[in-house]
Ligand binder design. Sequence first.
Ligand SMILES: *Cc1c(COP(=O)(O)O)cnc(C)c1O
Length: 389
Amino acid sequence: MSDQYSFQTKLLHNQHKFDENTGGVSVPIQHASTFHQKEFDKFGSYDYSRSGNPTREALEQAIAELEGGTRGFAFSSGMAAISTAFLLLSKGDHILITEDVYGGTYRMVTSVLNRFGIEHTFVDMTDLHEVASNIKENTKLIYMETPSNPLLKVTDIEGVVKLAKANGCLTFVDNTFLTPALQRPLDLGVDVVLHSATKFLSGHSDVLAGLAVTKDEELGNRLYTLQNSFGAVLGVQDAWLVLRGLKTLHVRLEQSARTAQTLAEFLQKHPLVEQVYYPGLPDHPGYETQSYQASGAGAVLSFELKDEEAARRFVNAAQIPVFAVSLGAVESILSYPTKMSHAAMPRKERYKRGITDGLLRMSVGLESAEDLIADFTKALEAAGQAVQA
Ligand SMILES: *Cc1c(COP(=O)(O)O)cnc(C)c1O
């Protein structure tokens, strides 16, 4: 019914625009864990809330439609969604996975799945030759995250899908950084799209949630069985919060991405900034691919200062962003990968991946670009004093 609408309109005008029973213009929160069956041998649409709940289902249908899929699944966190999707694999299977994957996914693959006889190989997913040459006979899944964290490396999704299809592998994309507002991996042939809805989809740093979306009916049925079996479903209050956040996804991301572009260009010109990583900059190595497969570069960027002392002074002097892990919120979030997301990684490994002691990551919120630039100008002055000292 809403097929003719643009993405922006679809966020508001879908089958859950108002409640059929009351006309209420917000999805009702159904707390019931169990549902009365009206007849002895005929059951209603819902029986038990782990298996199906109307509030969670509203969110699941919304994300499925926005991603261009047929089935959506809501989980208690991004990691619950990702971990449940991994249960599509079996003992003896092999995963090809991007080397700069999210830390929680790294931990799941290297310290949990390995105990169940599921092998993995990390590859530079931006290099299709490396991907191709690491596909083994038992490779059943290629796992992508693009743009990646924290260096915003861009993977050619269609290129990887082609290799996967030729070798009978499934493909997953963690679409947390761009959301369906900017990138729709299912349209590019991907099998499962995964999200930490904790980030841009909900957008307000006030809920943990995860989502998975499939297009293929049989795969959707298998994932549904896993969601119901494993049971890490999203609670109804949290499902409502994500639905609420989704309504403003388009305006939030559009505004934040515009500011991110301005900020990236400002940082690129600043003499104290050694490197800026943002796929909206024409000299970013993934710029072409990003422009082809996504409709924007997103709201996350990273930049490199001289060393740890410069980064420390910058963080201490910056007033606007909160200094924290996480991203994708209305408020800007500044983080220090070396001691936050990548603290567990040995220095040598970190440096090999370009994650230096001077690297900072910025998730741009909804503050004015002028205010952010003024704040960063002062913070860079403070960082510069470290260089002179
Ligand atoms: C935060 C994040 C996750 C994990 O999601 P949680 O909701 O924290 O469990 C997975 N992937 C990416 C890219 C993330 O940023």
